[in-house]
Design a protein around this ligand. Structure first.
Ligand SMILES: [Zn+2]
Length: 232
């Protein structure tokens, strides 16, 4: 039907009717389209009327510049469609536009194609977050000495009475753990201590550290700290 129409009109017109397809809202990748699009037609100055066609059927017309028509791909069957326009000039000529072929795809397949684009972006974003949390965890490891709670609970060292978080390497012995105190470096059997007790002990520890930190008068404690850092 459409090819008959084309054949009937001689391709003599040098003043072309130019059809472009614009995506107003939706999805377009290559020839695949889905959503709201519009015909945009430009032609000679004396263009008076433009008819817009999909597969040779007139779906609308515009009698005033700019010659445009918006449509939704959902209104048509899925698959390849041919878009074109016919223009009528003030001096009685009929102009045929170029044709545009597009594959109308369903919303779900448009989403699927969009996922191909979005998933790599998500992977990059989440990967970046994993790396930054890994860096944050490395920083946290240095605060291990001052941490008094952890996944294995906190306890008080029976030797130096400083609080510390129980370690993963602590050896389970009955109801307690055989664990090493990061403050005095001694191993002892420890048990989980309620958090309020830990809190007051850690406040005391912070005060203690604050008072003793500048004065490393005895070389023993300094060497002890070196030993500790080697273990951590
Ligand atoms: Zn201790």
């Amino acid at each position: 039907m459409f090819s008959l129409l084309l054949a009937a009109i001689p391709a003599s017109a040098q003043e072309a009717l130019t059809l472009r397809l614009r995506r107003d809202f939706g999805f377009g990748l290559g020839s695949n389209v889905q959503g709201t699009f519009s015909f945009r037609v430009s032609g000679p100055d004396n263009l008076e009327r433009v008819e817009f066609l999909i597969d040779g059927d007139i779906i609308g017309a515009d009698d005033m510049a700019p010659f445009r028509l918006q449509f939704r791909t959902e209104s048509y069957s899925l698959g390849i469609h041919t878009l074109s326009a016919v223009g009528y000039t003030g001096d009685g000529r009929i102009l045929n536009s170029n044709t545009i072929q597009r594959q109308f795809v369903s919303g779900s397949s448009a989403n699927r194609v969009a996922l191909w684009i979005i998933i790599p972006i998500l992977v990059l974003a989440l990967g970046g977050r994993a790396v930054s949390s890994w860096i944050a965890n490395r920083g946290r490891a240095h605060e291990d000495k001052l941490a008094v709670t952890g996944p294995f609970g906190g306890t008080l060292c029976p030797k130096c009475s400083h609080p510390f978080a129980m370690h993963i390497w602590g050896i389970n012995v009955g109801l307690g753990k055989y664990d090493r105190c990061p403050h005095c470096g001694k191993w002892s059997l420890v048990r989980r201590v309620p958090s309020d007790v830990l809190h007051s002990a850690s406040v005391a520890l912070a005060k203690d550290v604050g008072e003793n930190a500048p004065t490393t008068n005895d070389g023993d404690s300094f060497r002890q700290q070196l030993d500790d850092s080697r273990f951590d």
